[in-house]
Ligand binder design. Sequence first.
Ligand code: HEC
Length: 219
Amino acid sequence: MTQRITLLISACVLGATAVLAGCAVSPGASDLDQLTARIFQKSFRDEGIVKVAAMAQDDATRECSAADVAGKPLDEKRAKEIEAANLKTIQWPADGRFLGDWQKGEALAQSGRGLTFTDTAQTPNGGNCYNCHQLSPKEISFGTIGPSLYNYGKIRGVTDLASPAARPIVEYTWGKIWNAKAYNACSHMPRAGHKGILTPDEVRHLVALLLDPKSVVNQ
Ligand code: HEC
């Protein structure tokens, strides 16, 4: 019986968070949060390199999920606070070098390998950018969760990366790839640098992919 009630509650929580009013059991919101957390903890286990700890939420993921469930955008003041806190986490290049090799960036953008249960700890992580963005016009397989990044540098008038005029867009591009939530609290883009998915060197290659006038993205 207890088992059945638990199942009923979990079906409500997991399947229909947005229509809780329709659930047979309707505990208060914080009870539900605790229950959901317990169900998650019990339903998953560390498997190879994938750890349950990866599901731990921070302010951004917790508050943005709650706003999603409530069907309204996150409060503007909180959004700004979350962005400011995420901005502080960005690791800027210690040696001031923001740009790498766009060809290596293209390979990283193409790769969705790394950090999955079929990978080992030695599998190099990709950036998985094509999963959500168009980049090179030569690649016809891409996702559309994010905006097209084709001509990203060209559209922004970048012709000489060494010129001081290019500096703000170079910095923003680095910061966005490092921690997308620094500029959009509830961004759905993975926080590649912040979460240790990509190294500073790899972020450099991706910044070059997006901004180098010679890159396939800007042809
Ligand atoms: C899960 C989907 C997803 C993945 C994977 C993803 N992005 Fe994004 N990205 C988005 C979304 C959605 C936006 C727009 C909303 C926002 O700004 O946060 C975005 C925005 C951006 C922007 C800002 C564009 C602008 O005009 O300001 C850049 C730059 C960017 N992504 C680069 C990348 C790169 C490089 C990668 C690979 C390392 C990547 N993204 C991977 C979803 C994704």
